[in-house]
Design a protein around this ligand. Sequence first.
Ligand code: SF4
Length: 401
Amino acid sequence: MQDSEAHRSLHKYGTAGVLASFNNAGYLPSKNWTSGYLHDGFNISGQAMTKTILKREDTCFGCVVKCKRVVEVPGKIDSIYRGPEYESCAALGSYCGVTDLEAVAYANQLCNMYGMDTISCGATIAFAMECFESGIINTVDTDGIELNFGNGSALVKMVEKIAKKEGFGGILAEGSARAAKVIGRGSEKLLVTVKGQEFPAHMPQWKAALGLIYAINSYGADHQSSEHDHILAADPTSSERNRLAKIGLWKGSKEFRSLDEEKVRFAFNTHCFYYLMNTLCLCQFIAGPGWQIIGPSEVVELCRSGIGWDTSVYELMLIGERQVNMMRFFNSREGFTKDNDTLPEKVFIPLSGGPSDGVYLDREEFKSALEIFYKVAQWDPSNGNPMEGALRRLSLGWLLS
Ligand code: SF4
């Protein structure tokens, strides 16, 4: 861990340690994804948290990285609920234009108290804030709350109302996709969801291969279902690239925001590896195919030592691929098709303000990468479902009977 700059930062600043650099680069989703930059965004960063409300670090069992945060504000924020992760700082903070760290940490506390997902909760409120700002809804709809971007106290009130399904909170409690159906009036255009699930805080306009996974993933947009694009751009002699080669990715791609064929193979192969991580219950900051502390070869050693299974990278990759295909098969049985493998309109519209002003994801490049992805995965290009050959290759022929 001590040899890894990324893990030293995780220890010192938590996952929110990346927030300030994402904002400086122009890729911190802000104001319901209309911009990649938030003025004063540093105030909700891991660095700011460490300087202000951090009480101590915490850890999952036996992990030396200790990326968990424990925060406290006497009389307001109770350390028992722990501190916000990067995703929570973004969803409850920058998505909503809120730079008041205490408000974000308190909203995070409420989500933890009531058992609500911070990404979906914050993103749904951000969606409502943009509806409010654009005049689609007003204070009559919001029970008198001025739901403007940047309003920390409105954020906190709305989290509480969602948890209790109280008034307008009852509509938002169903998530933004269902709320848009109730609100109507063109609000659907403001959604940032795939398959009804709100986006995590990594932008497809920057990480295009990750955007591809957002679109195809069986349970909607997720940032922990594949490796992120920049690893493929690492130096060819780096440990990251050596690890990627172990799962068949030896070419690399310097084109950060492109979606060429190598990016598609990168998306698919690392998608399978991340699903394997789920199966093995390994933390994806610790084990993975790229930047993590241990890579594919060490995961094989762990399996050999821990469960006495004389396995290989090839065999483990098939486990991940099998899981991806079973979930895909389940979805197709329940009526999902390639029409559900989409990204919201927002990512194809130029961002506004900051260093990423004018940046968008190229719609045609995305569509063509999606078609290549189906071929790489052996999924039927006409409907996006696993083809018989793929299922039989993965010993899943029994699904067809
Ligand atoms: S196991 Fe993972 S999430 Fe838990 S403290 Fe370690 S690095 Fe953080």
